[in-house]
Design a protein around this ligand. Sequence first.
Ligand code: UDP
Ligand code: MG
Length: 203
Amino acid sequence: MVMLPRCVFKRVLQQFYSGHQGNPKSLLSAAFTALPGGDAAAGRRSQATIPDIRERTLIAVKPDGVQRRLVGQIMQRFEQRGFKLVGLKMLQVSDDLLSQHYSELRTKPFYPRLLHYMTSGPVVVMVWEGHKVVQTSRMMVGHTNPAEAQAGTVRGDFSFHVSRNVVHASDSLEGAQREIQLWFQKKELLSWDSCDQTVTCEV
Ligand code: UDP
Ligand code: MG
C-alpha cells in the first residue's frame, strides 16, 4: 500500500476529477502524475509534446479592409480562435516599408499596382501569438485569390478579386519574424499572460 502525503493526495483527486474518465486505471495514472517527477513516470508529457504557444505572426488589414470598416470583424476572428494580440497599430505605409515588405514580388507585373493599393490609405497591422498561429492564420485568411478562397475564410467572405483581398498574413515562420521586425519595434510588442491560457491549451 502506497502512503501519499496529504498535498499529493489532493493533487491526485484534482487530476482525477478534472479530465480523467473516472476508471481505476485513470486513478492510478493520476496518482503517478501527482507524484514528484510523476509526469515522466506516468509517460504523459515530454518536452517535445509541450506546445509552443509563443509563436507569432503578422496580420494586416489592408486599405480596402479599413475603408470597408472590416477591422473589428477580422480581429474578432483571431480572438475567437483563441490567439493573443501582442501588437497593434494603424499607419499610413511608406513606399520604403512596403517595398521591403514585398521585396520578393518586385519583379511581378502587378507590383506597381500593389504598391499603389497598399499606400492608398491606412492599414491596421497586428501581431498575434499562439500555437501554430502562422499556419492557422494562413488558413483563416484563405487563398491569395479570393475567387479561389473558401467560404469561411476572411478573403472568401469579404472579397472577390486578387487586387483587393482585404488582409495580409505572414506565410512562414521565417517570413513572420522578418515582417514583425520590419513593422514593429521591440517595445511595441507586449508579452502578457492571458487568463484563459490553461483553458484553451494544455501547457
Ligand atoms: N497580388 C496581386 N495580384 C496577383 C497576386 C498577388 O495583386 O496576381 C497581391 C495581393 O494583394 C496579394 C499580394 O499581392 O495579397 C501579395 O502576394 P502573395 O503572393 O504574397 O500572396 P499572399 O501571401 O498575400 O496570399
Ligand atoms: Mg505573401
